[in-house]
Structures are given as C-alpha cells and as structure tokens.
Design a protein around this ligand. Sequence first.
Ligand code: ACO
Length: 326
Amino acid sequence: MTYRAIVSGIGHYLPKNCVKNADLPAHLNTTDEWIRERTGITQRHMAADDETTAVMATHAAKQALAMAGIDAFSVDAIVLATTSPDHGFPATATRVQALLGASNAFAFDVQAVCSGFVYALSIADNFIKSGQTKTVLLIGAESMLRIVDWNDRSTCVLFGDGAAALVLTSSDEQGEIANENRGVLSTHLYSDGNGYDLLYVNQAIETKNGRGAIVMNGREIFKSAVKKIGEAVEKALVANNLTVADIDWFVPHQANQRIIQGVIDHFNLPPEKVVVTVDKHANTSAASIPLAMYEAVRDGRIKPGQLVLIEAMGGGLTWASAIIRW
Ligand code: ACO
C-alpha cells in the first residue's frame, strides 16, 4: 500500500524588524529605485539576535501544528531546509525539536540552498509514501541577513529572513480525504555541481573569526534561472499529465521579480495565478516558497483540492519542482 503526504497545516514567522530599501545602510550607496527595478524588492524582514533560524522555525511550526490540530508529541519527523543554520552542527532541526517538545520525532536539516524546501518536501513525501512516518513537520527557515556581506551591495540587498512550516500527514490518517487525490503528486530534483562557484559562502558558516558571507555571480545565475526552472516545471507537468491551464496556483521561489517574470513569459502564465511575495520578503532562500504559500492560504487564494505547482533554483546549482493537490 502506498500513502500520500497531505498538507494538513501551515504556519509562518517573519521577524518584527522590517527594513525598507530606503532604510538600508548609507555606506551601500544604493537606491530604492535601483533595487525595485532590478529585483522588485521593496523591503525585507531582518532577524534580531534572539530570532535565530531555530527560533523562527519553531514559531512557524507551532502555528502549523495548531492549524493541523496536532500536538508536537505526535510528530514523527522534522525535516528543516536551511542554508543558514544556527550552528555548523548539530542540525538546527534538533533545536526546533527540543523547543517544540517533539520528543517522538527524529530531526535533521536539508541543505540545497534556495531549492532546499522542494528537496525537503521530496524527502518528507518519500517518508510518508513508504509508510515509515505518518506525520512530518516540514520547515523552511533562514537567517540570510546573517550571512550576507554588508559591504557587497550587489548581494546584501537581495535577501531577507523568515520561516514557514507545513504539517504533512499520511493519507492513511486522513480517512475519506485519501480518496480525493489530495497530497504531494510529484517532486523533481536536479543539481549541477559545475555551477558550485556561481553562488557560495566563502568560509564555514561560523568560525572563531566570524561568519562566512555570500559570494554570487548574479549575471550567470540570472542567465541559468529561467531555463532550468522551465525544464523542471515542464517535467512536473508531463509527469502528471497536466498542462499549465490545469494548475490553479504557481508558487515560485521568490528570488527576483525579473526571474519570476521570465518564467511567466516562458509559459505564458496568467500573472494572477502566480503568488508573488518577493516585493515584501526579498529572497528568503529555503523559506521563500512556504512563506508565499502561507500568504496565499491565509488570504484565501489557495483552497483545498486545488493544484499548486512550486519551483526553485539556487546555489549548487540546484533546481526543483513539485505539484501538490492542496
Ligand atoms: N545599488 C546600486 N547599484 C548597484 C547595486 C545596488 N544594490 N548592486 C550593483 N550595483 C551596480 C553595479 O556596481 C554595476 O555598476 P557599474 O555598471 O558602474 O559597474 C551596476 O549596478 C550593474 O551591476 P550588475 O551586477 O551588472 O547588475 P545586474 O543588472 O546584473 O543586476 C542582479 C544584478 C540584480 C543581482 C541580477 O544579476 C540578478 O538578479 N541576478 C540573479 C541573482 C539572484 O537572484 N540570486 C539570488 C540567489 S539564487 C536564486 O535564488 C535563484
């Protein structure tokens, strides 16, 4: 018997400090106009010292568990996608486990940079499909502004902090819902290590001498993005025998409005079906897709039974897509 991973709860957390483009440090010598034109970003949330990746993830997880009506004790696994963990090791997910009191779970991190959430979804889906777990807490959480170089205006203006979490429950636990074809329908994951040097952190995340910082060849990333995302989206549609017209909501990784627009143009997508939060959140890496999903669920756009297509591309290079019937 195979089971399906059904989304039964979603939650989010954004740091209280919201930094508008105009409020970025003066030494960057940047402008609101430059950032908006090149990226669509108008603001980002910035974590305080006590809002670590684990703390933000825990807030988001609690909200998701409450929506699902599940207590932390019933969680079998915590899969946390992050590229900005609290420490080099152990996994930030274990800190979340302790903060939640999810003592029956096993917990680990997934590192696939901006594609991390889709990779983590794929892992969680397979745990549930195989019957190994019934309830997985799937989290994307990032403190990207702790690992940017605040003297490099071409990268630090692009990123933001935040977290979002989904509760995935086995169709086995969901009674009649199992017959409605709901849940994760497919995931497709790709990587090409030849792009390793296009986007990386230039030392261990945390050392005695401080933290590493993001180094990025923005132009090359930009050139690859629409092509690779396009391939992953095509694979997802074909695998499910669907066309673009069948999809209710496209939730892309929120890196840059121009990349999102490139995908819209490539597939001739109706813009009103595309969930965009990059303007308000900037690029929150592995947290960006679930944060965008959360917004669209909260405001009533994404409804049970609808088809949601997600896609991402990021450091590695990695890229990925998935289709979920909500
Ligand atoms: N403010 C003002 N000027 C700036 C800034 C800034 N924040 N940053 C760069 N500039 C200047 C540069 O110094 C350069 O000036 P010069 O011509 O006098 O040398 C000029 O703007 C043009 O710089 P470019 O780097 O060529 O600008 P470009 O048009 O390529 O845009 C950008 C840069 C926005 C980073 C673009 O390459 C991009 O969006 N790349 C995609 C990268 C991305 O989104 N990465 C996120 C992680 S990967 C992912 O999630 C997909």
